[in-house]
Each structure stands twice: as C-alpha cells, then as structure tokens.
Design a protein around this ligand. Structure first.
Ligand code: ADP
Ligand code: ASP
Ligand code: MG
Length: 459
C-alpha cells in the first residue's frame, strides 16, 4: 500500500493536476491512497480574506472571487464537455457558504482561530472534490474523503493535536476497499470531539499523509512536491544546493523543525513508529530519484548534511543581578511562556546566571512579555530582575548532520566561516546529540550566512 501526497505546488492549475494524475496512473502494482493540499496559494488567499473581513474591509470579496475563478477555470480546463453533472453547482454552493461565513466575520469584526480553521478548510475541500471528479471522469475510480470524518484532534485550533487512537480506528474503519476505488483525502484538515473543523498547522498535509500511512501500515509514504527531494539548503537562497539522496530520520526531523519547509516537522513521527520509509519526489520531474528518509541509511562522506533557517524571530533577554543563585527563576520564566502559549525555540543562560535569553517567534513576543511582567512582578519589583529587553528581526540557522558527532574543531571552523562573512552571532546552542549546532543572527545576514556555511562545508 502506498500513500502519495501532492502539495499545492503540484496542483497549481489544471496542467499540473494532469501531470499529477499521470503519476497516479503509473501506480499499477500497489493499492493507493491520495492526500491532497489546496491549490497553490489558495490557503494564503483565504487567510488574507479572513483578515480583511475581520478588519471590516470589503477587499475580502476580491480574494474570494479570485479563488472562485481559479477553481472554475480549472474545472473548465480539466473537463472536456460534457462536464460531470452538478460539478459547477457544487463548487458554487461551497462559495455561497464561504461568502456567508466571511460576511459573518465582517459583521462581528472577529475571526477566531476556530473560524479561521473553517475558512481555511475550503481550500483542501474544493481541490479534493475537483480532482476526485477528474479521476472518475477519465475512468479511474476514486472517492472523496473529508478528513474531518477520520482525523480527530483536540480543540487547539490552528495546530490541532491528533488523537491517534480515535484517528487510527476511524481511518481503518473508513478506508476499506481501497482496491476498488482510490480514496482522495483532504490534507491539513481534521475535527475535534464536537465535530468542529480543526487544522494540523500550516503545511500540515504532509502530516496527514503520514498519519494515513501509519494507520494503514503502508509500505511507503511519498511526498510529491516541486523540488527533486530534500536539498542541502533552501534552493531559493543557496542556488547550488543539491539533493540529499538519503537522510536519517533524526536529520530529516531536525531539518524540518529548523525551517526546511519541504516536509512538515511532525511528518516523521507516525511513520517512524511503524518503520515506514518516507520519500520526497518531484511531480515536475518524476524520474528523479528523490530523497528517502529511513532508519537504515548509509553515512555520508561529508560532515554536514544540510542547513536550514527560521525567519522572523526575537530574543527576549531577561537580566538582573538578583537572578544569580535563585532556584526556580528559570522555571518561573518557562511557566510564564507556557501560560502565554509561547513556543520556545532556543534558550541560553550565561553561567553567571545573570541573564536568560529566550528565542521565540516575533509574533509571540507581546504575549510573552505581558505574561513575564505579570508572573515575575515581585522579582521585578524588588529589582532581582532589572530588565526585560527584546531584540527583533532575527533568524536562527541550524547546521545538521549525523557525522558532526565527536568532530573536534567543527564549531570553531563553523563560526570562523560566519565571522569571515562579517556576520555577528547573538546566541549559540548545540543539541546534546551533537547532530545540530544552531546560532542566531540578524535577519539581514541570513542569506550570506547560509551561502557562506554551504560553500565551506557542503560545496
Ligand atoms: P508543497 O506545496 O508541495 O507542500 P512546499 O512549498 O510546502 O511544497 O515545500 C516545497 C518548497 O520547500 C520548495 O519549493 C523549496 O523552495 C522549499 N524548501 C526550503 N528548504 C528546502 C530544502 N532544504 N529542500 C527542499 N526544499 C526546500
Ligand atoms: N494548504 C495548507 C497550507 O497551505 C496545507 C498544506 O499545504 O500542506 O498550509
Ligand atoms: Mg508543503
């Protein structure tokens, strides 16, 4: 059994959908499940529409019109007349509903995370509906599966946590008889215990595919995208980045957690539990080998496997002479950030204990600082903490590789490469596995740092 996931980049228009379907047609020997994202750009356009509507700006209607036209044009290009009965009517009805929801957002001037999930879900639903219709139209039996019926999460809207027991039961119960018709499953979307729409976080369709694969004990999960595999660096920045044919699970997890958006960071969790290999392949170049991620991989001959980066970060520096030797100070700080639902990306504490620095997403710093001021009120009042300072416009760069372990002098060489490019480092951390060294620099230096490190260590 094979799960193939096609991202928005593989489904950008009717031409790309046809290319995707060619790949589906080649799959003759095994049964197949398809997981699809929204058409390229649709989720972003929906999010923007919701934001316009929330601010009372009618521009949201243009966004919806743009998406409506995109789907109707696609249907026109895909189907040679006569079109399947009712296809345009079904699509139009979904837009009537979407418009009503957005009008509601406009009236109340509020778009909660709950409503945002519902709005975003239209992207995957519309696309899976039209692709299912197309497959049937050309004689491939396929059926539409709304993932809200099979993937159950808690009610953490925008980043639902999967309830694996319920989800696996539902998948195994619903996805029977795969041989007679291919399930076309909506990526990214799910539902909570009250059957309200949730999502698995942006880029979450990769995760949907691995959940389906693990539930059905698939032989392989394939992520089809618009690059030849996982590359040594983001190809948009490092032009000579190249494909890594094999990655260990840990390397792939580290690369994805540190911003290599080619796979969602949680993708490898369900497949690793079931020992299922994950392949990254290029829809536009299907004969390319791609990348395979497994536990049995051959060691590479270079020290660093790949580099990645996360943009739009801030450091929160908490300083004060009175923090020295104060047990519980770090725990109070971490509790405050957890209360504010802020995800900590990196922590550093000087051995003098005079300061603690926390790296988080810039959009979360306001909430973080508010909660720190509230929870650490007495320490601030009696001057044990003297200053909470924010440094914005930062990025973290992570250098990753199984072979980095025990390499004396690597850190020195790495930082001299960064120093030679005239880049100032604000904070440094090394994972205890020694598979990862990360450092924080200013956003403006990101590209030069990635290029300099890639040139020196990867080639
Ligand atoms: P999809 O629409 O298929 O889900 P994404 O845009 O989410 O595709 O992910 C693919 C993109 O990830 C590539 O086009 C590439 O620009 C970007 N990317 C960033 N880092 C890497 C990397 N290390 N390897 C491959 N692609 C990367
Ligand atoms: N369409 C969703 C997004 O853009 C999910 C995905 O593409 O994986 O985030
Ligand atoms: Mg993606």
């Amino acid at each position: 059994m094979n799960v193939k996931k096609f991202g928005g980049s593989s489904l950008a228009d009717a031409g790309k959908i046809k290319q995707t379907v060619e790949i589906v047609k080649q799959n003759k020997d095994t049964s197949l499940c398809l997981v699809l994202s929204a058409m390229k750009g649709v989720t972003n356009t929906l999010v923007e529409a919701a934001q316009w509507a929330e601010s009372g700006d009618k521009k949201y209607q243009n966004n919806i019109e743009k998406i409506r036209k995109k789907h109707l044009d696609c249907v026109n290009d895909l189907f040679i007349d006569p079109k399947p009965e009712g296809i345009e009517y079904t699509i139009e009805s979904m837009f009537v509903e979407l418009n009503e929801i957005l009008h509601g957002v406009e009236l109340v001037r509020e778009c909660s995370a709950k409503t945002m999930d519902l709005i975003m879900s239209f992207g995957e639903r519309l696309n899976c509906y039209q692709v299912t219709a197309y497959l049937n139209h050309i004689g491939i039996n396929a059926r539409y599966i709304d993932s809200r019926d099979i993937i159950k999460t808690d009610s953490a809207h925008g980043k639902g946590n999967v309830d694996f027991k319920k989800t696996y039961e539902r998948i195994q119960h619903n996805l029977i008889d795969i041989e007679s018709s291919i399930p076309v499953i909506c990526g990214f979307i799910a539902s909570d215990d009250s059957d309200r729409t949730t999502t698995l976080g942006r880029n979450g369709s990769d995760y949907t595919a691995s959940i389906i694969g693990a539930a059905l004990n698939a032989d392989r999960v394939e992520i089809w995208t618009d690059v030849d595999g996982v590359l040594t660096a983001d190809p948009r920045v490092v032009k000579n980045a190249f494909v890594i044919p094999q990655l260990s699970i840990e390397e792939a997890m580290e690369l994805s957690f540190f911003g290599a958006e080619v796979i969602h960071p949680y993708t490898l969790i369900p497949t690793t539990d079931k020992n299922i290999p994950v392949y990254i392949k290029n829809t536009l170049n299907p004969s390319a080998e791609g990348t395979v991620i497994t536990s049995n991989f051959t060691k590479k001959d270079r020290i660093i496997t790949g580099i990645a980066s996360i943009d739009d970060l801030s450091l929160i520096n908490i300083e004060g002479g009175g923090m020295m030797g104060m047990p519980g100070m770090a725990s109070q700080i971490f509790m405050s950030l957890s209360d504010a639902d802020v995800n900590i990306i990196m922590i550093t504490q000087a051995s003098s204990e005079h300061s603690i620095s926390i790296l988080c997403r810039s959009e979360e710093t306001d909430a973080a600082v508010k909660m720190l001021n509230k929870n650490l009120k007495s320490a601030i009042h009696n001057r044990r903490i003297q200053n909470i300072q924010i440094v914005d416009q930062l990025v973290i760069i992570a250098v990753i590789g199984e072979n980095m372990k025990g390499q004396a002098g690597l850190t020195g060489k790495l930082f001299s490469a960064v120093g030679d490019a005239n880049i100032n480092i604000l904070a440094i951390a090394q994972g205890s596995s020694e598979r990862n060294i990360s450092f924080v620099i200013q956003q403006k230096d990101r590209d030069s740092a990635l290029i300099a490190v890639h040139k020196k260590f990867i080639g």
